[in-house]
Design a protein around this ligand. Structure first.
Ligand code: FE
Length: 265
């Protein structure tokens, strides 16, 4: 089920020509592939092209009482198909690496397998997590109108999210083409099952967009904040020394610096 909830209310621009509609009162469907024999509506007629006085063949309710049952032509459906296609290529590339190079490497966790998790549209590109027996990475795939085939493998790029800034490394593979990856875990010895890795991947995809994690993940901001706190403490101590009192300004506690994005979280 895709599209919008509630009634259609005449919003023709929100449904595609392939949308299958349903009367919300008696659940009679309107399938454009079938048309409507009773009103002599030909097969292939989109719901939006039905006459305004068309009404439910089941209960007589007006057009506006219909809602989307499924819409294979919707933007959401097209996006879902694109995500499925491109993540399948990404998985195929890394399965090939697993089979050809990694299987017998001691650091791999054989309880895990290659799986793309939580991929979604993000700023016109696709963003998600790729799990493998030897890493868990954030991965960005290009927008439809972008050519990442000439990305320089190994080049680094810092990309900002609400939760912080992350270092991505450029790369290309035969099937998926160019992509950018940020390593969150490697190796994967601490994971006991694929399910656990998938749960962590889903949690990362949620946490990535939560600003309250920023202090813990943005290393540069963390260092800056700590340095400023130290400078403030020194200034406060000097000030109170000049006033003749004891320098009792508390020294800032040293915050543990996160070394690799959320991998310490
Ligand atoms: Fe009806």
């Amino acid at each position: 089920m895709s599209g919008f909830e509630g009634s259609y209310l005449g919003a023709n621009d929100r449904i595609s020509a392939a949308a299958v509609m349903e009367c919300k009162i008696c659940w009679t469907p309107y399938d454009p592939a079938e048309g409507d024999d009773y009103r002599q509506v030909l097969p292939g007629t989109p719901f939006a092209d039905l006459p305004e006085d068309w009404h439910c063949p089941g209960c007589g309710a007006p057009k506006a009482q219909f809602m989307v049952l499924s819409d294979p032509g919707s933007a959401e459906a097209a996006m879902a198909a694109d995500i499925a296609h491109r993540t399948a290529l990404l998985e195929a590339d890394f399965r090939e690496i697993w089979n050809s190079k990694m299987k017998d490497v001691p650091i791999v966790n054989a309880a895990l397998h290659v799986q793309a998790v939580g991929f979604r549209g993000w700023e016109g590109r696709l963003l998600g997590v790729l799990i493998s027996p030897w890493f868990l990475n954030l991965v960005i795939l290009p927008a439809a109108d972008e050519d990442w085939s000439t990305l320089q493998p190994g080049a680094k790029e810092v990309i900002g999210f609400p939760s912080g800034d992350y270092e991505f490394i450029h790369n290309t593979r035969e099937m998926v083409g160019g992509y950018k990856a940020c390593s969150l875990f490697s190796p994967m010895a601490d994971f006991t099952s694929q399910l656990q890795a998938v749960e962590v991947a889903r949690a990362i995809m949620a946490a990535l967009f939560e600003a309250e994690h920023r202090d813990h993940t943005d290393r540069a901001a963390d260092i800056r904040a700590q340095r400023q706190a130290e400078l403030d403490a020194v200034a406060a101590a000097e000030e109170s020394a000049q006033e003749g009192s004891l320098g009792d300004a508390p020294l800032p506690s040293r915050r543990a610096l996160i070394t690799a994005g959320m991998s310490e979280a």
